[in-house]
Design a protein around this ligand. Structure first.
Ligand SMILES: Cc1cc2nc3c(=O)[nH]c(=O)nc-3n(C[C@H](O)[C@H](O)[C@H](O)COP(=O)(O)OP(=O)(O)OC[C@H]3O[C@@H](n4cnc5c(N)ncnc54)[C@H](O)[C@@H]3O)c2cc1C
Length: 392
């Protein structure tokens, strides 16, 4: 009898685990995901600033073409541990012998008033497209750009988006026939420095680069609320109709709702094999591991769990999980990125090319080289829906 492996989530971790198990005839693999596509988050800021949607999205059907994997498009809602079943929103149930949970995280506004209603996000293709069309609608309707664009969150996502906005807005203004005028892009971060997970000297270099691009940094400043046309930062309003929230995520609600043991940060407690309990594994952003919250970690976890299951099927003593130190690559504006690779720091154009190489590798984790390079080339594609920009 084949062992039924049910994987929840068609993101970095879930797909990697499924692909690694696909060719092993001892397993019957089902991947359950609420979306028919995989989302390549690292490219979303480019999609939001004039890049193609295709670079941020790969249909699951393409990834698993020719693979012996069942893909179910459904939302996991409930776990029945006694019956070894996961219930889907559709009413269907999915049986497992082994369950792998890789559901990613969801946006968290930390209860700050108005953010849910008025801020934009870039955590999905839809959100990225909404932000882009808002920027263009403002230019079309009012004939002038919003004077102030605010990105909240000085982590990698906030830095890469803020870095890309000035040039994109300038291009859009040109397409809309608006003569040059000052555009303000602000970046607000509650911690006293950008990229708080990285060493101080890297934060300083990235801050210098963003300031050079004309971005105003509000460091050590907490956001307190948002209205339709302003953001309240430490008691002072900053006028803006374009505020993008990149500052907060929280673990997927499925874990709390289904009584997983969680740490104070809301991540699932896992043992040395990434198990939360016998036959249930939690990986990627959902798991409390040292480098959780990165695509590289989710891929590593997916690979580990697949190898672990193969070792068990071979009756070998499984090796414990060893966290892998990530390479941090943070783009900040055109053709510039900061790289932290062990103790080595690289800044500028070389960093940018390392980021390009990392993207190619990222796609290749999920697709053969020829498909991955096609996907990678999408970075050079400009995509606009705005009729003014299409005409240019
Ligand atoms: C804008 C942005 C930029 C980023 N840039 C980088 C970067 O440059 N480098 C880096 O290393 N990391 C980056 N990250 C972080 C990285 O994307 C995550 O760490 C990674 O996606 C985690 O992988 P995962 O498999 O745990 O979850 P995900 O990749 O989020 O996958 C979760 C999957 O579960 C599906 N799902 C959700 N709910 C359900 C449900 N109830 N039922 C079924 N399926 C469900 C989702 O649709 C999704 O397919 C970025 C994140 C964001 C948001």
């Amino acid at each position: 009898m084949k062992r039924k492996i049910l994987i929840l989530g068609g993101g970095f971790g879930g797909i990697k685990a499924a692909l690694e198990l696909a060719d092993d005839e001892r397993f019957d693999v089902t991947l359950l995901s609420d979306k028919p596509d995989f989302r390549y988050y690292p490219a979303l800021y480019r999609t939001a600033t004039g890049g193609s949607k295709a670079q941020s999205r790969i249909p699951l059907a393409d990834i698993f073409e020719g693979k012996d994997i069942t893909v179910e498009n459904d939302e996991a809602t409930k776990l029945d541990r006694e019956e070894h079943l996961v219930h889907g929103k559709s009413g269907k149930t999915y049986h497992y012998d082994t369950l792998v949970v890789a559901l990613g995280v969801v946006t968290n506004y930390f209860g700050i008033e108005g953010l849910g209603e008025y801020s934009f996000g870039i955590k999905s293709i839809e959100e990225a497209a909404e932000l882009k069309s808002h920027i263009h609608e403002q230019l079309l309707e009012e004939g002038r750009p919003d004077l102030n664009y605010i990105v909240i969150g000085g982590g990698p996502t906030g830095v890469e988006l803020a870095g890309a906005l000035p040039l994109y807005i300038k291009k859009a203004m040109k397409n809309h026939g608006i003569k040059h005028r000052a555009v303000r892009v602000d970046l607000v971060e509650a911690a006293p420095r950008l990229l708080p997970r990285m060493p101080k000297d890297v934060s300083r270099s990235v801050a210098k680069r963003l300031r050079k691009l004309g971005i105003k940094l509000y460091l050590g400043k907490k956001v307190e609320g948002q209205t339709r046309d302003s953001l309240m930062v430490e008691g002072k309003p900053i006028e803006s109709e374009t505020v993008v929230w990149t500052a907060g995520v929280t673990n997927h609600p499925f874990l709390r709702a289904n009584d997983f043991v969680l740490t104070d940060s809301g991540k699932a407690t896992v043992n040395q094999y990434l198990e939360t309990e016998p036959s249930i594994y939690v990986i990627g952003d959902n798991a409390d591991t040292p480098h959780s919250g990165l695509a590289q970690t989710a891929l590593w976890d997916g690979l580990y769990v697949a190898k672990h299951l193969i070792q068990l099927a071979d009756n070998h003593q499984p090796k414990p999980y060893e966290p892998r130190k990530p390479v941090y690559v943070v783009p900040a504006g055109p053709k510039w990125a900061a790289v932290l690779w062990g103790k080595v720091r690289i800044y500028g154009w070389v960093g940018w090319w390392l980021r390009r190489a990392a993207d190619l590798l990222g796609y290749h984790h999920l697709e053969p080289w020829w498909k991955a390079s096609q996907q990678w080339m999408e970075e050079n594609v400009t995509e606009e829906e705005c009729p003014h920009c299409l005409a240019k």
